[in-house]
Write a protein that binds this ligand. Structure first.
Ligand SMILES: Nc1nc2c(c(=O)[nH]1)N[C@H]1C(S)=C(S)[C@@H](COP(=O)(O)O)O[C@H]1N2
Ligand SMILES: [Mo]
Length: 310
């Protein structure tokens, strides 16, 4: 597998040793730090890192330091501050884990995570993730195309949208005691977006099992859309004929559209989307249409007014 190359940290953050550690050692230094409270209690990994193959569509941009990617998160169920997911999410039990499949589908049911994963070849794909708030990261995800699972589940001819739902567990998620959004966190894609080969169901990052704060044990990664579409810790997948209303759209429809395609020309009502801060870099860089994936996905929106359908 690839040897990781990290973007240069600012001088104040240089830990000379970390830069020269092997990938595994970086993992131990980085992820182990983020996961410290769980050390020793993590059981059977959902995959064998040696079985992961290099997947298509990867960018060769420098990777975000895994300590930033696992320590600066949005996962509002665990609190709205960027540090809270890393501080709180270790309490979430991710094994056993079931995903309920419902709606317009020939194979509905309750699937154990192992059953969901078993037939699929896991790939590593280095994708950019662009948060609607204006920061971005480059992360080597481990996962498989959502399309492969959807094909297995056999949606009916009426299925035009697929909806995802996150776990809600007040006992371990302090954030859900406050109505920041209408819990559970819900997201959805049009079927052609869900079937696009870029759309990933991820179960790991940096060659390791997904940390809880990043959406263990299974999450979506839709790299051409703002980060809030990439829903974490999925417990339900539903196929619909009508477009479901998603959590952020319901909360603030003028700010967060259903499509949420990264678009430097359509500003958020309260801030510009023209540029972004790549975590680990100083200064800002221009934001690219569809987060740099226009060649792959722009055709999905042919004839649509992207200012209206933002
Ligand atoms: N369930 C759930 N999924 C979520 C969120 C959340 O608050 N809850 N935040 C989203 C947002 S806004 C972003 S930018 C990404 C962040 O993913 P990361 O923490 O792995 O970088 O997760 C998305 N998925
Ligand atoms: Mo985000």
């Amino acid at each position: 597998m690839t040897r990781y190359r990290f973007s240069e940290p600012p001088p104040s953050e240089i830990t000379p040793k970390a830069l020269w550690l092997s990938r595994r050692e970086v993992m131990r230094a980085g992820l182990a730090l983020a996961l410290a409270p769980l050390a020793g209690t993590v059981d059977a990994a959902p995959f064998d890192p040696e079985q992961v193959v290099a997947g298509p569509f990867s960018t060769d941009e420098p990777l975000t330091d895994p300590r930033a990617a696992t320590g600066y998160n949005n996962f509002y169920e665990f609190g709205t501050r960027k540090s809270e997911p890393a501080a709180n999410a270790w309490r979430m039990q991710t094994s056993p884990w079931d995903v309920v499949v419902e709606g317009e589908v020939a194979r509905p049911g309750r699937y154990g995570l192992e059953d969901l994963l078993r037939p699929h070849t896991l790939e590593e794909r280095v994708y950019r993730l662009r948060c609607v708030e204006g920061w971005s990261m480059v992360i080597p995800w481990v996962g498989f195309p959502l399309a492969a699972l959807i094909t297995r589940l056999e949606p009916t001819s009426r299925a035009r949208y697929v909806e995802f739902e996150t776990l809600v567990d007040e006992a371990v998620m302090p954030g859900v005691r406050r109505p920041v959004i209408a819990w559970p966190y819900r997201e959805a894609l049009r079927m052609d977006e869900a079937l696009h080969p870029l759309t990933l169901l991820a179960v790991g990052m940096y060659g390791e099992v997904m940390p809880n704060q990043n959406g263990a044990p299974i999450r979506l990664v839709v790299p051409w859309k703002y980060g809030f579409k990439s829903i974490k810790s999925i417990v339900a997948i539903r196929f619909h004929e009508q477009r479901p209303v998603t959590s952020w759209e319901q909360q603030a429809p003028r700010e967060y559209g259903f499509y949420a395609n990264v678009n430097p020309e359509v500003d958020h009502p309260r801030w510009s989307q023209a540029s972004e801060r790549r975590i680990g870099e100083s200064g800002r860089r221009p934001t690219l249409p569809f987060n740099g994936y226009a060649e792959q996905v722009a055709h999905l929106y042919d004839g649509m007014d992207l200012r209206r359908y933002f």
